[in-house]
Write a protein that binds this ligand. Structure first.
Ligand code: DOR
Ligand code: ZN
Length: 354
C-alpha cells in the first residue's frame, strides 16, 4: 500500500484570490502548496486592462508571505469593449497568461461579461493569432434553460460554434461539471482542455440539497447528478493531458454565504491536495495525481513544470484543517469533504525560500 508520494509541486489553474483583507487572509492557503495559479479577474470592478492586471499583480505579490514562493499568472476579464492591442501588449509583456470569458450574468461579478458573442470576434481572432488561451465559464444564462442543463446547452449553442469559427483558438473549459463536458473535452483536439475542481470530484447535487440545504456546497456551475461526478472522476484520474486541476477555490465570508441570497463559491485552497490524494487513492490512481495537479496544466499553457517537489504522506491520524479561515474581511468556511483524509501534503524542505 502506498503511504508516501513525491510529486512535482502543483499549480492551480483556476483560482479566486479577491483583494484587500480577503486576499491577505486567504492567499497563504494557496502559496503554502501551489507554485503558480491562474488568477481569476472577477473583482469589482473587474480586471479588464493591462494596467488593471499590473496593479492587481502588484497587490497579490505584496500579500505573499515572506517565506513562501508563489507566482500569480494573471488574466484579463473579457468584455465586449476589450481592446485587442491592449490585450496583446499584456500578453507580449508576459504579464497575462490567459483571458477569461464570462457570459454576462453566469456567476459572481459577471455582469460586465459578454452578452453578444459576435462582438468579441476581433479579440478572439487576435488571441488565436498570438496563441493566448481563452478560459471559458461554460454556462448559458437564458432563463428558459434549467440550471442543471446550462453547461451542456452552452457546449452546443456557444462553444462549438465559437470554436468552429476560431479554429486556432486555444480554449480551456473551466470547472467542467458534466459527462457532456468530459466527452466534449476529450474529442476537441490539441487546442482544447478542461479544468476540474476538487469539490466536483467529491460532491453531487444531493450533497447540496438532500436533508437540508448546504450553502457551503453551493457553487457555479452547480454540482450535478452522481453519474456526472463519476465521469469527472474518471477523467481526472485517467492521466489524459486534456484534464488538469483548477480548484475554483472561491472564498466568500460566511455572512455572504449564509443568507437569503447566498453567494456561489467553495473555499478549497487549504485542503485540496489532501482531498485529492484521498480521491486518487480511492480510485487506485495515486500514480496519476502528479499528471493532474502538476504536469498537464503547464503542458497546455506551454510552461515548464515546477522544479520543486511536494511530498504527500498518509498518516495514521487524519489531517486536521481549520474549519474556518479568519480574515480581516470576515470568516471563510473551509470545504468539508465529508470524509477524513489521512494525507498530509508538505513542500520539500528547501523549496519555500528560493
Ligand atoms: O462558485 C463560483 N464562485 N463560481 C464562479 O464561477 C465564480 C466564483 C466566485 O467568484 O465566487
Ligand atoms: Zn471561478
Amino acid at each position: 500500500m502506498t503511504t508516501q508520494l513525491t510529486i512535482r509541486r502543483p499549480d492551480d489553474w483556476h483560482l479566486h484570490l479577491r483583494d484587500g483583507e480577503m486576499l491577505k487572509g486567504i492567499l497563504p492557503s494557496t502559496s503554502a502548496h501551489f507554485g503558480r495559479a491562474i488568477i481569476m479577474p472577477n473583482l469589482v470592478p473587474p480586471v479588464v486592462t493591462k494596467a488593471d492586471a499590473e496593479a492587481y499583480h502588484d497587490r497579490i505579490r505584496a500579500a505573499i508571505p515572506a517565506d513562501h514562493t508563489f507566482e500569480p499568472l494573471m488574466t484579463l476579464y473579457l468584455t465586449e469593449d476589450t481592446n485587442p492591442d491592449d490585450l496583446q501588449a499584456a500578453a507580449d509583456s508576459g504579464l497575462i497568461k490567459a483571458v477569461k470569458l464570462y457570459p454576462a450574468g453566469a456567476t459572481t461579478n459577471s455582469q460586465s461579461g459578454v452578452r453578444n458573442f459576435s462582438k468579441i470576434a476581433p479579440v478572439l481572432e487576435r488571441m488565436a493569432e498570438i496563441g493566448l488561451p481563452l478560459c471559458v465559464h461554460g454556462e448559458v444564462t437564458d432563463s428558459d434553460v434549467d440550471i442543471f442543463d446550462r453547461e451542456a446547452v452552452f457546449i452546443d449553442r456557444v462553444l462549438e460554434p465559437l470554436r468552429n469559427h476560431h479554429k486556432d483558438l486555444r480554449v480551456i473549459m473551466e470547472h467542467i461539471t458534466t459527462k457532456d463536458g468530459v466527452d466534449y473535452a476529450k474529442q476537441g483536439g490539441e487546442n482544447l482542455a478542461a479544468t476540474i475542481t476538487t469539490h466536483h470530484l467529491i460532491i453531487n447535487r444531493n450533497d447540496i440539497l438532500a436533508g437540508g440545504i448546504k450553502p457551503h456546497f453551493y457553487c457555479l456551475p452547480v454540482a450535478k447528478r452522481e453519474e456526472h461526478r463519476l465521469a469527472l472522476r474518471a477523467a481526472a484520474v485517467s492521466g489524459s493531458d486534456r484534464f488538469f486541476l483548477g480548484t475554483d477555490s472561491a472564498p466568500h465570508n460566511d455572512d455572504n454565504k449564509l443568507c437569503a441570497c447566498g453567494c456561489a463559491g467553495i473555499f478549497t485552497a487549504i485542503n485540496t491536495m489532501s482531498c485529492l490524494a484521498h480521491v486518487f487513492e480511492e480510485e487506485a490512481a495515486l500514480d496519476k495525481l502528479e499528471a493532474f495537479t502538476s504536469l498537464n496544466g503547464p503542458k497546455f499553457y506551454n510552461l515548464p513544470a515546477n522544479s520543486e517537489r511536494m511530498t504527500l504522506i498518509k498518516r495514521d491520524k487524519p489531517t486536521i484543517f481549520p474549519k474556518q479561515i479568519i480574515t480581516g474581511a470576515g470568516n471563510v468556511t473551509v470545504f468539508d469533504p465529508g470524509f477524513k483524509s489521512h494525507w498530509d501534503a508538505t513542500l520539500t524542505a528547501d523549496c519555500r525560500n528560493n
